[in-house]
Design a protein around this ligand. Structure first.
Ligand SMILES: [Zn+2]
Length: 234
């Protein structure tokens, strides 16, 4: 266990703007939000200390995929970019599913090539996601962000090596998400605000600590240990 300053704060593993109370955050950007490879400068309000960059399934059609992948590969060289993504599969959007699969597979290949984890958006496509993991057998960590699924699904994903990042669903107080969190080993947890307006990461920690029966210091240490291990951060 660590006693560094960050371990005493909150790590927001996936956000689109800075919730203000995170000691570390990974801000997710779609390639189309970047001007070339210009990452937002450090220290500006609303800018995280670290980034994940990907081609979000919702935005596939707004860009030329070959160009976007080339920009993405270049941006991922920046040491502030800790992961590829969010990228993934979404059955609730109109983009042709085979196109989504192809764009996702190319980002998996990039994550493997550069040795950085993958942050995944998955809506109603968990069978396909699990199948892909079997077929591609990646060496990099895959993190499903915004997870709010059933305990049984969480157990399957954990068995396959996935990490799960939990967010605002924990605050909605349902039994289902509480069971899911408890069924997921703490060494596979992350916490996040995603794009929930006004949500503070501290509130997500508080909800998780209550559900898991952990004190907040112990929870902070666990998440910090996971962050260091997955992102090779120290
Ligand atoms: Zn997001």
């Amino acid at each position: 266990m660590t006693d560094s300053i960050e371990a005493l704060g909150f790590i927001d593993m996936h956000c689109h703007s800075d919730s203000g109370d995170a000691s570390l955050c990974v801000r997710s950007l779609d390639v189309s939000e970047l001007a070339g490879c210009g990452l937002p400068p450090m220290g500006m309000p609303g800018c995280g200390r670290f980034f994940s960059i990907g081609i979000y399934p919702w935005f596939i059609e707004r860009q030329a995929v070959d160009v976007a992948l080339a920009v993405l590969a270049e941006c991922c060289q920046d040491e502030r970019v800790l992961a590829v993504g969010e990228c993934g599969l979404d059955k609730c959007i109109s983009t042709v599913f085979d196109v989504q699969l192809a764009v996702f597979a190319r980002q998996v290949a990039l994550s493997e090539r550069i040795g950085k984890p993958l942050v995944i958006h998955c809506v109603r496509a968990f069978n396909e996601l699990q199948q892909l993991r079997k077929t591609l057998s990646p060496t990099q960590v895959w993190i499903v962000h915004g997870f709010s699924g059933h305990r049984v699904l969480a157990e399957q994903l954990v068995k396959q090596g996935f990490y799960l990042s939990f967010g605002k669903a924990l605050l909605q107080g349902g039994d289902k998400i509480a069971e899911t969190l408890r069924a997921t080993p703490p060494d596979r947890w992350f916490l996040e605000t995603d794009e929930a307006a006004g949500l503070q990461i501290g509130a997500v920690y508080q909800a998780a600590a209550k559900i898991a029966g952990l004190d907040s210091r112990a929870l902070q240490e666990r998440i910090y240990d996971n962050f260091k291990r997955v992102f090779r951060y120290d």
